[in-house]
Design a protein around this ligand. Structure first.
Ligand code: XMP
Ligand code: MG
Length: 190
């Protein structure tokens, strides 16, 4: 059974709890801070909307450990309303600034098939970033279709649809403070 509140009834089980997320975000930030210790700054590119919570927490953790940070956001669509990847990536919101020569770190909620990220990395490289790495809170190793070099990974999780901490099902559950698996009956209703 999930922790507290209205959403507990919709969540089958918690995959990553709040404390685990907090500790992991700090650990990832320390790694990144060490790797970029000599960089003037890093440019975090958050992938909307799923990465908002992670982006906010990760940027603050870097603020405690790391080099100066700037933030950009992109929105791409690959899933639509459903729960399976189409492989078709469309830019809904592009970068606001020129990233040429910048050390870019893509901040992703989850690497599932890897299709979105693979496309995004090529795109950012084509914009002549000095370096492009990825930090992803979650990864589903059993769902991979294209291998993407994700340097920083929080948690490897089972190949099940998860929600919470920014991840949604039809725009719901983003505010849930942990990551959990939705009950099957929730899909059945909609
Ligand atoms: P791919 O398959 O391209 O996935 O690696 C890219 C995006 O799909 C979303 N995604 C999920 N969203 N629960 C969600 O709420 C999931 O289990 C899930 N798996 C993939 C997510 O936005 C990811 O960036
Ligand atoms: Mg995403």
């Amino acid at each position: 059974m999930a922790e507290g509140n209205w959403h507990a009834a919709d969540i089958d089980r918690v995959i990553v709890g709040e404390d685990q997320i907090r500790d992991k975000v700090d650990e990832l930030a320390k790694q990144v801070a060490a790797d970029y210790a000599t960089a003037d700054s890093v440019l975090l590119v958050g992938v909307l909307k799923g990465a908002v919570m992670f982006m906010a927490d990760f940027a603050r953790a870097l603020g405690r450990h790391g080099p100066p940070v700037e933030m950009e956001f992109m929105a791409v669509s690959s899933y639509g309303q459903g729960t399976t990847s189409s492989g078709v990536v469309r830019i809904l919101k592009d970068l606001d600034s020129d990233i040429a020569g910048r050390h870019v770190i893509v901040v992703e909620d989850i690497v599932d098939s890897g299709l979105t990220l693979s496309w995004l990395m090529k795109y950012l490289q084509s914009r002549r970033a000095a370096s492009v790495e990825v930090v992803a809170l979650l990864r589903k190793p059993d769902a991979v279709k294209v291998t993407v070099p994700v340097k920083y990974v929080g948690f490897d999780i089972p190949n099940e649809f998860v929600v919470g901490y920014g991840l949604d099902y039809s725009e719901r559950y983003r505010e849930v403070p942990y990551v959990g698996v939705l009950r099957k009956s929730v899909y059945a209703q909609s």
